[in-house]
Design a protein around this ligand. Structure first.
Ligand code: SF4
Length: 284
């Protein structure tokens, strides 16, 4: 089996950029898809409208509430994951309330949602809190005298059921570029090549063409350089090495999303092997 190597280029709370080497395109795609659609998060799934005199129907307000990303701390997240994996999603619920009455025209924002406590298994996390990632997501505009009062129940789910449970806005990868300069001393020809590159990855001086190594990962493989001087440069890619970019929505740190995606992928593979072994045993 190939040795797998991972090197992070950037790792921030909500953004990660890393290179994985030693995997196949199928595994790279499985990591990407798992991060988007199989990492559980919390999202509002049920709403009890107590009073609504705004211009929006109850259903539209409930739908908009579902799309507000909710932030949880890492300890709460681990319980949430446990609840999901044990199939207890209806027993792990966070309750939020909202009460807005407009004296003058205004807007009900996500910041008006107040955390009211946990229900079920979550109740053991008495000190934890669930809140919107941003307080500035508009829910509905209110005219003077209009009122909105509701209770919202956030449950755990995954992105493949509904995009509101996605923990990331982007999880994408590209093949690692391989740029080969065939003829370094190429005279004026090399200048055309360097000028054609929109990313400034190639440098030409005194008739010599060179790569700027620290910029190679920015190559989009557009092949404009190859078209400008096909005798001088060849662009291809390494299909066992990938550059990943993952952008989180702020619900959990992006490092936790990647870790959870990998663990869930491994669990699925283990469960597949186990099922296969059992099925072989029963046939023999
Ligand atoms: S393939 Fe495109 S981005 Fe890459 S080096 Fe050539 S011109 Fe630049």
């Amino acid at each position: 089996m190939n040795k797998i190597e991972v090197a992070f280029r950037k790792l921030e709370e909500n953004y990660a950029e890393f290179v994985i080497e030693g995997i196949t395109p199928a595994i790279a795609n499985a990591i990407r898809r798992t991060a988007i659609s199989d990492v559980p998060t919390l999202a509002i799934d049920e709403v009890a409208i107590v009073e609504n005199s705004t211009v929006f129907f109850d259903e539209i307000i409930a739908h908009r509430l579902g799309l507000i990303p909710l932030k949880v701390d890492t300890e709460t997240y681990d319980v949430l994951l446990e609840c999901y994996e044990e199939g207890k999603r209806d027993d792990c619920v966070a309750m939020l309330t909202l009460e807005v009455e407009a004296e003058k025209p205004g807007t009900a924002y996500s910041g008006h949602l107040k955390f009211a406590g946990f229900i079920g298994e979550f109740a053991r996390l008495a000190s934890a809190e669930v809140k919107p990632v941003s307080d500035l997501v508009p829910i509905v505009k209110l005219a003077a005298g209009q009122k909105l009062v509701l209770e919202a129940y956030a449950k755990v789910g995954v992105g493949r059921e509904h995009a509101k449970w996605q923990p990331v806005s982007i999880a994408a990868y590209k093949y690692y570029p391989e740029i080969r300069i065939i003829k370094r001393e190429c005279g004026e020809e090399g200048k055309k090549c360097a000028d054609a590159c929109p990313k400034g990855i190639l440098k030409w001086s005194n008739g010599r063409l060179d790569l700027i190594p620290e910029k190679v990962e920015e190559c989009t493989m557009c092949r404009a350089c190859e078209e400008a001087c096909p005798e001088v440069i060849k662009v291809s890619w390494d299909d066992s090495k990938f550059i990943f970019r993952v952008e989180g929505l702020g619900v959990i740190p992006v490092a936790k999303v990647i870790e959870t995606a990998l663990k869930r992928l491994i669990k699925r593979a283990d469960s597949f092997v186990e099922t296969l072994e059992k099925s072989i045993q029963t046939r023999s």
